[in-house]
Design a protein around this ligand. Sequence first.
Ligand SMILES: NC(=O)C1=CN([C@@H]2O[C@H](COP(=O)(O)OP(=O)(O)OC[C@H]3O[C@@H](n4cnc5c(N)ncnc54)[C@H](OP(=O)(O)O)[C@@H]3O)[C@@H](O)[C@H]2O)C=CC1
Ligand SMILES: O=C([O-])CC(=O)C(=O)O
Length: 269
Amino acid sequence: MHLAIIGYGNIAQSVLRWLAARPVDQLSVLTRPAARKRVQQDKLLSAAAHHVFVTDSMDEMLAGHPDLVVECAGHQAVIEYAPKALKAGVDLVLVSIGAMADERLSQALKEAAIAGGGKLILPAGAIGGIDLLAALSLAGEVAVKYRGTKPPAAWRGTPAERATDLDNLSDMQVIFDGTARQAATEYPRNANVAATLALAGAGFDATRVELIADPAARGNRHAYDVACAAGRFTVQIDNAASPENARTSVATIYSVAREINRKRDPVII
Ligand SMILES: NC(=O)C1=CN([C@@H]2O[C@H](COP(=O)(O)OP(=O)(O)OC[C@H]3O[C@@H](n4cnc5c(N)ncnc54)[C@H](OP(=O)(O)O)[C@@H]3O)[C@@H](O)[C@H]2O)C=CC1
Ligand SMILES: O=C([O-])CC(=O)C(=O)O
């Protein structure tokens, strides 16, 4: 298998650490230009694959004909690279799913996938239960309400800083209440799961979202309720935060790992 990864942050490096136990044949990594030389020297790479290529050019990466591209670099990187990968006919795992809250980008991605023949794969990421939600939404209208709770530090550098004094919170506080579209747009590094739920269920404008800063939170809690004529269910996940990036739950890393296995294994679940 030839695996290509866009980004070299917490998720990318953690996935490579996991790959060391079962390396891929070829690995291509797309970094920012300033990071290329440093990444090339990282020993994680040679443990994760038999042949390694590091580049700062998407065209160069695609010229190697990867079997699967995994984006784990953020919303801006989705805009820059995702349409190209899909147009080239390569399957693309999109971790920064919240970028699809932008209707024009979402449409462009679909058109690129149709034109090129590559599949746009939306992984479960930090959340679970997407299989049931997506299935129930085929039976009729679904109502979905999501609550995302993280420690105050995970909300630094976001609009939450304007809503509350994150450093001096003594109790949990709702820092956002609105639609999945607003949440994914305003919190691009924290509310991708809201977008995942929206795409699997009621859509970006009907999925209700509450984001909460809680000084007592030990990790990232994702909870949601689904109701429809075919049934109802509630999910609550208490995720450990990644040691390298507290905003990102460890589960996200293994959700990417699962998609890699789904591409290379004969039996998939
Ligand atoms: N679907 C889900 O459930 C979840 C999705 N996510 C998404 O995954 C993304 C990545 O998470 P994580 O790995 O923890 O974040 P990190 O910030 O640790 O890593 C992101 C990496 O991407 C690099 N990068 C950013 N823009 C570009 C670009 N244009 N070209 C090449 N590299 C680029 C960054 O480089 P630099 O440091 O130089 O900026 C950094 O190395 C998040 O931003 C979020 O959107 C996260 C958690 C859950
Ligand atoms: O990793 C998480 O817990 C969720 C997250 O950051 C996101 O949805 O963007």
